[in-house]
Design a protein around this ligand. Structure first.
Ligand code: ZN
Length: 140
């Protein structure tokens, strides 16, 4: 179960598919092969079956993020460019959501064209940036 890691990967801008539990290993491998994806898993068996895979060993989210980023450095400009729910690429503006947000920040609202979720900067995103920066994963 790497759901938390997959959300952080999306926050960092990595194109991240997260198959549900019912999807068979062979289907996951097939999808990775067809779409030239890197397979990220805790499962040794599935990683042995697919060459381009990263096996996650740690249960600690910080270690998991550092491990992923050691393969491909994240770039700060890619932060918050993907929907954490569905992996859609966010588009600036056009927020039709009913959630309350500070209208002074309306210029920096973005939305997911696939699921409609809206995003805007706030204390939550600031704390995520600090959390990730403290891991030393970004090129300074
Ligand atoms: Zn979405």
């Amino acid at each position: 179960m790497l759901g938390r890691l997959s959300r952080f990967m999306r926050i960092m801008g990595y194109d991240t598919m997260y198959p549900n539990l019912e999807v068979a290993d062979s289907e996951i491998i097939e999808m990775c092969r067809n779409e030239s994806r890197i397979l990220v898993s805790r499962d040794r068996q599935i990683c042995l079956r697919y060459k381009n895979s990263i096996r996650i060993n740690s249960d600690i989210i910080q270690d998991q993020i550092v491990q992923i980023c050691s393969y491909e450095k994240p770039m700060k400009e890619n932060l918050f460019t993907r929907c954490t729910v569905c992996n859609g690429v966010l588009i600036p503006g056009n927020c039709n959501c009913k959630e309350e947000f500070d209208p002074r920040k309306a210029d920096s609202v973005s939305h997911c064209p696939d699921c409609g979720k809206c995003y805007w900067p706030g204390t939550h995103s600031e704390s995520i940036v600090k959390f990730l920066s403290d891991l030393g994963i970004f090129n300074q």
